[in-house]
Design a protein around this ligand. Structure first.
Ligand code: SF4
Length: 262
């Protein structure tokens, strides 16, 4: 089985517990207009069209690399000493890792057999079968929850949220492995209506073990420029610390951890 990634970030401190190695996988079925990883939004290559030649600097920096289960596991294992000392492990991110579930299942299982903890960043837009296949090999799902109003969800991300919500309801019934991640994008996800609807929805969930509130990553705009891509949102004014703390207070009634900036 082959898998395609575009970056490996070592010594990551905000992608789960301890010191982590984050694997960025190619491809995502969503097209969020605030996407902070536009370099992930490429087609997953096939054996026939795989090539990592490019003239573009950013494409070179984030060149797509083909891996087998074992070559990627070897990359992950290089940081083993840091996992042991810090309680860290590997985080699969992207893009949408579940887009390459056949490959992912093998690497995640190999990590778990070798006592490396696995965190899975996901948009939740996948078949529930894909989630079930990696459930056993995953310690924490960092599960995105963006917009509750489905019409707005389609407008901002290109897809309906029905499958995302249905998967989340089922996943939280299975055990306590879900940490919600809410991007706070002014005027898109950070509106009074959406925040109230998110809170109302989260009350319906069993077994949430935490929430990360993620302010818009202003650095994404420079990535678009370097990729010669047009960002659909420009000149966003990121919320002040006071406003971010005000939002955090709204989530205070929950009895699990709520963190700003993950
Ligand atoms: S789900 Fe994540 S990677 Fe995919 S388009 Fe949205 S922000 Fe980008």
């Amino acid at each position: 089985l082959k898998g395609y990634i575009f970056d490996i970030k070592r010594f990551a401190l905000h992608d789960g517990p301890g010191i982590r190695t984050t694997i960025f996988m190619v491809g995502c079925p969503l097209s969020c207009i605030w996407c902070h990883n536009p370099e992930s939004l490429r087609e997953i290559p096939s054996d026939e069209n795989y090539s990592n030649d490019s003239n573009c600097d950013v494409e070179k920096r984030f060149k797509v690399t083909e891996h087998s289960t074992f070559t990627l596991f070897d990359e992950i294992k290089k940081d083993g000493i840091f996992y042991e000392e810090s309680g860290g492990g590997v985080t699969f991110s992207g893009g949408e890792p579940l887009n390459q579930v056949d490959f992912l299942e093998g690497v995640a299982a190999l990590c778990k057999y070798n006592d490396i903890t696995v965190v899975m960043d996901t948009s939740g837009f996948a078949s529930f079968d894909a989630i079930e296949r990696i459930y056993e090999w995953t310690d924490i799902f960092n599960y995105d929850l963006k917009v509750i109003d489905d019409t707005l969800h389609k407008k901002f991300t290109g897809v309906s949220n029905q499958q995302i919500i249905s998967n989340l309801l089922k996943l939280t019934e299975m055990g306590n492995k879900v940490r919600l991640r809410i991007p706070l994008i002014p005027d898109f996800t950070d509106t009074e209506k959406n925040l109230n609807e998110l809170i109302e929805f989260i009350y319906k969930l069993n077994n949430v073990n935490g929430i990360d509130l993620l302010p818009y990553n202003i650095l994404a705009e420079s990535k678009y420029k370097r990729l010669n891509k047009e960002s659909e949102i420009k000149n966003i004014t990121v919320q002040s610390d006071d406003r971010l703390n005000e939002i955090k207070e709204l989530f205070k009634p929950f009895d699990f951890e709520v963190k700003l900036r993950g």
